[in-house]
Ligand binder design. Sequence first.
Ligand code: FMN
Length: 377
Amino acid sequence: MKNDMTSLRQKLGYSVPIFAFSHCRDVVVEVTRAGGFGVLGASWFTPEQLEVELAWIDRHVDGKPYGIDIVVPGKYSKEAEETTGSLDALIPDEHKAYMDTVLKEADVPPLPEEEHGRLYEEILQVGRNRTASGGMRLVEVALQHPQVRLVVSALGEPRADIVSLLRSRGILVGALCGKAEHAERNLKAGVDLLVAVGTEAAGHTGEITTMVLVPQVVAAAAGRVPVLAAGGITRGSQIAAARALGAEGVWTGTIWLGTRESELIEPFQKEVLFAARSEDVARRRCWSGKTVRMIKSQLSEAWERPDAPVPLQAPLQAVLWNPAQARVVRAKRKEYFSYPAGQGVWDLTHERSVKDVMYQLQLEYAEAMERITAPDD
Ligand SMILES: Cc1cc2nc3c(=O)[nH]c(=O)nc-3n(C[C@H](O)[C@H](O)[C@H](O)COP(=O)(O)O)c2cc1C
């Protein structure tokens, strides 16, 4: 195991085993510069936008390696993949009408026409990312940036052509897993790194807790590839715990939402985040059609009502959800604002810099290791 860890560290050039998933380029850069490994969530960008983000990261990351993350669900709407027309046409009127009624009843105004047009066009394009061909388009952009040393795939094992293309360019391939079975499938697909994502985590999660999942994924990996632990990690003591469970390091997401550099730009969004407790996040299908752990709001809960339509398959539910979310953000309506966040949200109470968070995590990690290895009285 130790050799694997050394080689992962060497290949990816980090000094502390803290991987940070974020949609915000500043977080990716600051984590990487502080000795961790930043991974940009690419699936929310069009290929053109991703090119701009990666070029910016390249310029600011002091020559260090970093990663990107793509989302290609194992099951998605083949119609959405194949259509040359607008994805909008594939969303049933019933779903559009339901979303609109909930927001109208809440007095959340529609977006101004021009803003709606521009945003909707972007959402339709980004919607295409969540199919196999869309994931490949993002990978092709990443290949133009030699500092991208890791591509992580979520929701389904990466396709053989993506794995071999990345491999041929010396780029490591990682995959998120919520079950031991996912680990097996990803190993067969030839991945170099597994991320065991417990149910506590933000975003797409299964039902198994981090504490129970990590040893299963470590056992499935059987020393062939390193494993990272994810889900609920906001303290350095949990990095020590992850290492004790056999993980090489941790993969984190929620903790970065509370930072100064975070993607949550509107102050009201951070107020919602800082007020949320572990019990205020739940797995919901309204965001993407698959279970996403997110902060509950009146909008997310409206999709739990018995009269709500069944959420659509990826990527269509996100195409329906995102403009509604934009309406809520524009109207700054806290009680209707949902966002992916994990149970670790309890530990986010005020804004900090990424540098501070990295420093604190490392300090706590060192203290925890000292405590654990201290001789008994
Ligand atoms: C706002 C947000 C969006 C996310 N979107 C994705 C995504 O697009 N792809 C992905 O692989 N993981 C996504 N995740 C999950 C992270 O990769 C990671 O597994 C998770 O945040 C780890 O658990 P934690 O949030 O408890 O730290 C997202 C997380 C957050 C906070």
